[in-house]
Ligand binder design. Structure first.
Ligand SMILES: [Zn+2]
Length: 94
């Protein structure tokens, strides 16, 4: 609840996106696919929001672990498994 209120307040500051908006950008950000303007907004939010900073760090670790596992496997990994692991690791709940 606290997090949501803070996200709404942040979204009202000039040049600040909400936590939810950040969520939608996170994969593009990690892949370097964000436009310059969006990347600036993203990084500004990360600087001011400890929740999203933690979330981004965990997301990055999960993605890197996933890529390492994939590169070591011969068999294709089922998409459900990838999604389940990502969802578990990147859950915002502690
Ligand atoms: Zn946030």
């Amino acid at each position: 609840m606290k997090r949501r209120i803070r996200g709404v307040i942040m979204g009202r500051l000039p040049g600040m996106i909400t936590c939810r908006a950040l969520d939608e950008f996170i994969v593009d950000y990690l892949e370097g696919a964000l436009a310059e303007n969006d990347r600036v907004l993203f990084e500004r939010h990360i600087r001011f929001c400890p929740d999203c900073r933690r979330y981004l760090a965990r997301y990055r670790v999960a993605l890197e672990a996933g890529e390492r596992i994939l590169s070591e496997m011969d068999e294709p990994v089922p998409q459900e498994l990838v999604e389940a692991v990502l969802a578990a690791v990147t859950s915002r709940e502690p």
